[in-house]
Write a protein that binds this ligand. Structure first.
Ligand code: 5GP
Length: 117
């Protein structure tokens, strides 16, 4: 499988602001934040998207979700609330095909869904 951007981030070849890491997951700030807190959580092992991760390694999906919660805790937004988003393929705007959870919060978040106009 060819290398992707997030594999390079995990290896430290692309600089990133790392928030948390453990044996199976890696969390770092999004370069173009969409909210005051915007952190990406990726499994170290590459799967293309959420469905492939869920089918291929359910324990690893659970690890990603646990790390999303840990990130919320570290960022001080467990009580105020946060959103976890997995963009999947074209209509969702997925641009990096190494599955990742966006953890968003730190302020009230808007509605989301279809674009107007
Ligand atoms: P997607 O659109 O695939 O759901 O999310 C990819 C995310 O990766 C985007 O929110 C984008 O801002 C972020 N991103 C793209 N390139 C980089 C990078 O080099 N470093 C970091 N930290 N984030 C990136």
């Amino acid at each position: 499988m060819s290398e992707d951007l997030f594999e390079r981030v995990i290896r430290g070849e692309v600089p990133a602001d790392v928030v948390f890491q453990d044996e199976t997951t890696f969390a770092f700030r999004d370069i173009r934040p969409q909210a005051r807190v915007h952190v990406l959580v990726v499994p170290r092992q590459r799967y293309r998207n959420l469905a492939e991760l869920a089918a291929g390694d359910p324990q690893l999906l659970s690890d990603v979700v646990a790390t999303a919660r840990r990130v919320a805790e570290l960022e001080g937004i467990l009580e105020s609330g946060y959103r976890v988003v997995f963009n999947t393929d074209a209509d969702a705007g997925q641009t990096v095909f190494h599955v990742h959870a966006h953890v968003l919060g730190g302020e009230p978040l808007g509605f989301f869904g279809a674009h107007e106009g």
